[in-house]
Each structure stands twice: as structure tokens, then as C-alpha cells.
Design a protein around this ligand. Structure first.
Ligand code: KG4
Ligand code: ZN
Length: 376
């Protein structure tokens, strides 16, 4: 296929006429996610109800390799996708006829997996004549707090997250501070210069022999340890700007561990995880503090500070951000745990938000391994 054709295919999503609801009932969207190691689908309505949600995690298949193997992921998506979609429909007591709009991740991500979910969605849309939305995976993470969000403790119930908001998007592949002005309107305030925060968690866990994914286990071990036991660097902290750098923290971990031979004691692992996590959290809080002083953020005056992506599950990240939000007089909001890591509900919700604005596919779309939010 010529480069010219690929580029034209990428332009397939168009602004058209928006839809608020389907007469007297909410819009029903089937969303499909397959960009990494979760095959997931959900049916979500425009009144913010999740009617059904299936997440098939491939983690056990990748665990023995210490990370996601793209070819194995693609094969696992092929084997799972039909059943995940069928179970999602039956779980909601719906058929494809009842669905108003189909949405699927069209990038960024591991291209083999993205292709499988996208082709499934395209097939359903073409055979049923339903509208199709090409969802940017990062936009799924970025908008899901508008579907469901609560404070760090979750005790306050659901928080409404209106535009504009300041977003810390921290996943396995991305680490960005974004000013979210609306659907498709993202302004980059800061981003990582090297690793993402999730990657740092995964790599440090691997060094400690804690398995994959690293975030959840480091989080648990950190709760039992002393955050002051090891002196990790805080790269870029106290410097101007909102960019991140995590590779120095990772290198420090490797240097510490090269001096001590395994097996490590439980106490050592707990202290190491607590000290590493404290460094990551300090960096996130320092950079977000600068973001609140950024002239674009000051003039937009966001009322909510939001965290999203897999690292949003981290208890210390949530607690630190909730405190920071209080300092700047804004509300803190985070999605519930199951909507932080990759899931179909966030894709269905982003599908609804885009569909309301008339952003449906009108020509073939080529899935993209890279697709920055600022290119929407
Ligand atoms: O958003 P996500 O599911 O996948 C990507 O789009 O990348 O994020 C996965 C990342 C992994 O790096 C994982 O270690 C991290 O989120 N993660 C956590 C926690 N739970 C998952 N990181 C820190 N603390 C956690 N509790
Ligand atoms: Zn993700």
C-alpha cells in the first residue's frame, strides 16, 4: 500500500452532526479494547451506566516472559475477541440490533492487537450498518473519569468531571500532564523525556524478582516498608517545567541492587519498594505543582485535578494528588480501580463522547501504533 494511501486512510474520521440521545432513551455503545494485554468489551450508555463489561486479561500468558510479548498478545486477542463480545452482549441482555454505535481502539498500542479489535468492530459496523467510532486509547483513559470518578478514598461517591480539567495520565506506555479542554482538545503541559512511570514500576519490580506487572505488587510491598530507607534521586524536581524523567530512578535502583546479592529479605524488598515509590510520587507531585503555575493552566482555571491510566491505581499517587488538589483549591477525581487499567468501558465511553460530536468513521481507517492525543 502506498504511503499516500495510508495517510489518506488515517484521515477517515470526520466531524459531522452530533447526537445527544436516541429520542427518549440514552445512546448505547459497544466498546472494544485490544491495544495491549487485555481483550475487553463493554456496553455503556450515555447516562453513564455500564450495562456489562468483560475484561479478559492475558497477564498469566505473559508473566513468564516478564512483560508483554506482542506476537503472543495478538494471538490471544484473536482467540478471545469473539467470545468477549458475545458475553458482553449477553451480559447486558442485548443483541447487536439494540446497539446504537460501535467503538474500538484504533491506536496507539501494539499494532497486532489493535488490528484485531479494530477489524472486529469494523466487521460488526459494516454488517449491521451501525456508526463506528475510531477511539484513541489515550483518549479512553483521559475521558473515563467523566463516566465514573470518585475521590482518592472513594468515600464521596461519584464526582462530576467537567471540562476543563488538569489530567495526570500515567500508564505503562505514557506519562503526560494534559490540560483537557474538551473531547479531542488536549494541550500537552508536560511529558516524560524517557520512561513512563508504569515502565519504571515494571522494571524495578523485575529487578527485585517480583514479576509482571510490577505496579500492583510494588504498591502492596511499599505499604509495608520505610520510604526513607533508600535515597532515590528525584530527577528534574525543583527545576522549572512539567516534564518527567524516570530513567535516573531506575538506574539508581539497578546500582543499589548490584551491590547486594539476591535473595532479598522481605524487609529489604518492602523498604526498597517504599523508597522507590516515594521518589516517583514526589516527581509527579513536583511536576503537577509546576503545572498549576503554567500560564495556560492558570488562564483555563480547571476545577478538577484528575488521574488516569494504570498508575492511577497506586495508593500513594492518589493520596499525594488529593493533597495537592486541596492545596490549589480544586477537586481531586480518580476513576474506580477497574477503570484505571485498560478496559472496554473507557473505549465505549469515549465512543459516546465522540459520537455526540458527530465524530464517526466515514472512510476506512488505518490503525496506528503511535497516535499522540495532541493530533486528534
Ligand atoms: O493503562 P494500563 O493498563 O496500560 C497501558 O495503557 O499502558 O497501565 C498498565 C501500567 C503497568 O505499567 C502497571 O505496572 C501499572 O499500570 N500499574 C500500577 C499499579 N497498577 C497498575 N502502577 C503503580 N501502582 C499500581 N497499583
Ligand atoms: Zn492504557
Amino acid at each position: 500500500m502506498s504511503e499516500d494511501k495510508l495517510i489518506r486512510m488515517d484521515m477517515g474520521t470526520m466531524q459531522g452532526v452530533g447526537h445527544e440521545s436516541k429520542g427518549d432513551r440514552p445512546i448505547l455503545c459497544l466498546g472494544i479494547e485490544s491495544s495491549c494485554d487485555e481483550t475487553s468489551a463493554a456496553i455503556v450508555d450515555s447516562d453513564r451506566n455500564i450495562l456489562s463489561h468483560i475484561i479478559y486479561s492475558q497477564i498469566p500468558e505473559h508473566q513468564k516472559y516478564g512483560g508483554v510479548v506482542p506476537e503472543l498478545a495478538a494471538r490471544a486477542h484473536i482467540l478471545a475477541i469473539d467470545e468477549v463480545i458475545k458475553k458482553t452482549l449477553s451480559g447486558a441482555g442485548k443483541t447487536l440490533e439494540d446497539i446504537d454505535v460501535i467503538a474500538a481502539t484504533a491506536g496507539p498500542g501494539l499494532i497486532g492487537g489493535v488490528l484485531i479489535g479494530w477489524m472486529a468492530a469494523t466487521g460488526i459496523a459494516q454488517s449491521t450498518g451501525k456508526p463506528l467510532v475510531a477511539v484513541n486509547h489515550l483518549e479512553g483513559h483521559a475521558l473515563v473519569p467523566r463516566l465514573h470518578a470518585a475521590s482518592a478514598s472513594g468515600a464521596d461517591g461519584v464526582t462530576n468531571v467537567d471540562f476543563p480539567y488538569l489530567l495526570m495520565l500515567a500508564s505503562g506506555g505514557h506519562c503526560q500532564i494534559l490540560l483537557v479542554r474538551g473531547v479531542g482538545k488536549y494541550e500537552m503541559i508536560g511529558q516524560t523525556l524517557d520512561d513512563s512511570a508504569g515502565e519504571a514500576f515494571d522494571k524495578v519490580a523485575k529487578m527485585l524478582g517480583l514479576g509482571y506487572p510490577g505496579g500492583p505488587v510494588v504498591d502492596k510491598r511499599a505499604a509495608l516498608g520505610n520510604p526513607k530507607a533508600f535515597k532515590f534521586p528525584r530527577p528534574l524536581c525543583d527545576k522549572p517545567g512539567c516534564d518527567f524523567s524516570f530513567s535516573g530512578i531506575k538506574t539508581a535502583a539497578r546500582t543499589f541492587l548490584s551491590r547486594i546479592s539476591a535473595p532479598y529479605s522481605d524487609e529489604f524488598i518492602n523498604d526498597f519498594c517504599a523508597s522507590f515509590q516515594a521518589a516517583v510520587v514526589d516527581c509527579i507531585i513536583d511536576r503537577l505543582g509546576n503545572a498549576f503555575k503554567d500560564s495556560r493552566v492558570i488562564s483555563a482555571a480547571p476545577k478538577t485535578l484528575v488521574v488516569a491510566g494504570g498508575v492511577a491505581k497506586n495508593s500513594a499517587v492518589r493520596a499525594g494528588m488529593e493533597k495537592l488538589a486541596a492545596t490549589y483549591g480544586v477537586v481531586f477525581a480518580a476513576p474506580p480501580m477497574n477503570l484505571c487499567t485498560d478496559n472496554g468501558a473507557m473505549i465505549a465511553w469515549a465512543g459516546i463522547e465522540n459520537y455526540k460530536q458527530g465524530k464517526i468513521v466515514t472512510q476506512p481507517v488505518a490503525p496506528r501504533p503511535r497516535w499522540p492525543l495532541t493530533e486528534l
